[in-house]
Design a protein around this ligand. Sequence first.
Ligand SMILES: CC(C)(COP(=O)(O)OP(=O)(O)OC[C@H]1O[C@@H](n2cnc3c(N)ncnc32)[C@H](O)[C@@H]1OP(=O)(O)O)[C@@H](O)C(=O)NCCC(=O)NCCS
Length: 214
Amino acid sequence: MALFYQHNINETTRLGIWRIEEPEAFFFQKVSLQREITHPNKRLQHLAARWLLQYLFPDFPYDEITIADTRKPFLPGEQYHFSISHTGKYAAAIVSSGQRVGLDIELVSHKIAAISHKFLHDRDIYFMNESNLPDYSYLELLGFMWSAKESLFKWYSLGGIDFKENFQLDGPITETAGGEIQMPFLFKKELPIKLNIKAALFEEISLVLSWVAT
Ligand SMILES: CC(C)(COP(=O)(O)OP(=O)(O)OC[C@H]1O[C@@H](n2cnc3c(N)ncnc32)[C@H](O)[C@@H]1OP(=O)(O)O)[C@@H](O)C(=O)NCCC(=O)NCCS
């Protein structure tokens, strides 16, 4: 078993990252495919992330997972809210019985820098420059920003979102004494909503994690 990271955020909300080392047969013991996925690694990622849901909360009802028109998976009875992400050999999930959640993992890469003009508002850049985080490179900060906006997209889940206009930093990014990254965001679509995104960097594998729970 290859649990890479687990964080029990509070009594009702847990997140985890799984390093995929198992063959498909391992995950098929508990999880089944709800749609055809032909690419072997994408199939493994999909299976591993779902497997993690029950690892975090053993009574998670796989059979009830429904896919919305937006492609968001959800439980109609809302016994749990959950959000999934996968990249490379990693699958991640956040599960909560009480909070709406969004989660994303990303490998930090120059590809993010190449598209940063598409997802960063001037206000984001202003607050990124105001952030005093000498231990992180600018590329890593871009990784936090992209991942945070993907987490917010999943948290909102209804689509129709412009990353630049609808999700904006609302203050400098800070780091707690425990090493957790805190990103104050403003969600500007209907009435503005302040949201605090949490994030972390796993430097040894250049992996950014972000999540939101409200
Ligand atoms: C949906 C989206 C967020 C997925 O992100 P991704 O980096 O491609 O993939 P991830 O592995 O992080 O996440 C995939 C998971 O997101 C979940 N997901 C898909 N659509 C979703 C939605 N509308 N809401 C919430 N979650 C969703 C699914 O669980 C999926 O995994 P699964 O199919 O195995 O169940 C992404 O494809 C997307 O549409 N982003 C918005 C793009 C955009 O507007 N960009 C503009 C700025 S340049």
